[in-house]
Write a protein that binds this ligand. Structure first.
Ligand SMILES: [Zn+2]
Length: 258
């Protein structure tokens, strides 16, 4: 009860609150400013990478690193056109050498893809572009901030207080870590599917690969669902919705390729 009151009071006094997303127009509850989200994500990203480095888990496969960089560079160029504030982001991508089926993009454009998802799903360039386009869309659409806001609420009122007061960025770094493990909402997933397929089409990647990607992901889920699916819950009609988008995306894709 007490905690609820603290959270409510902070919400009422909050500098952010309920905002309309500039890209999607959807109302989102956000307790973290874009600046806070990016600063804490940069911190969480640096520690994730140094941790991976220590364990020898940063991929040294030059061909794979170059391939991922080439694909994400093309997506970033389109993201900057779709959402101009992202021109100022310090984009970065890492390939992490772990068998997990996962990929993510934090607020501010800090991305990672795991060798597990590339190898186990035998992804081609178009499919990698679909997965990273989807991840980048989550960042463009402010979904990371939504997840961080939920992580903050989970951590309780005191921590929230020190963060809102701007006193504790390290606590916010922990929140950025936790946020990566929380599922997106199904509404958020539909949005990221919709914008991700267009981002990839504009960058010259085949929209039909989006359907194949999610079919592969479904087939791989079997007994132990990939980590990716726990953080990206499937909207009921995902494959159907993506299929319906393909005809609209094909002309964009063909124009980008010509
Ligand atoms: Zn997602």
């Amino acid at each position: 009860m007490k905690r609820t009151l603290v959270v409510t009071a902070l919400l009422a006094a909050s500098l952010t609150g309920c905002q309309e997303n500039p890209v999607s127009g959807r109302k989102q509850l956000v307790l973290v400013s874009e600046e806070q989200a990016q600063a804490s994500s940069a911190q969480a990203y640096a520690s994730t990478l140094s941790e991976a480095e220590k364990k020898g888990k940063l991929s040294r496969d030059a061909a794979l690193n170059n391939r991922v960089k080439r694909i994400t560079d093309r997506l970033i160029a389109e993201a900057r056109l779709m959402y101009p504030p992202s021109r100022d982001w310090k984009w970065s991508v890492a390939v992490i050498d772990e068998p997990t089926l996962n990929a993510w993009c934090m607020p501010g454009g800090k991305m990672a893809i795991y060798t597990g998802i590339v190898n186990k799903l035998n992804l081609n360039d178009d499919e990698i572009a679909q997965i990273m386009g989807h991840e980048i869309s989550h960042a463009l659409l402010g979904h990371g901030r939504e997840r961080m806001s939920r992580a903050m609420a989970m951590q309780g009122g005191l921590m929230l207080g020190s963060i809102v007061a701007g006193q504790d960025l390290s606590a916010l770094g922990a929140v950025a870590d936790i946020a990566l493990t929380l599922p997106n909402s199904r509404a958020g997933e539909s949005e990221a599917d919709r914008y991700g397929i267009e981002l990839a089409a504009r960058a010259g990647y085949d929209p039909r690969a989006a359907v194949r990607l999610w079919e592969k992901m479904g087939a791989a889920s079997g007994n132990s669902p990939p980590q990716f699916l726990s953080t990206h819950p499937a909207p009921d009609n995902r494959i159907q919705a993506l299929n319906a988008l393909v005809p609209k995306m094909m002309p964009i894709y063909e124009k980008a390729r010509s």
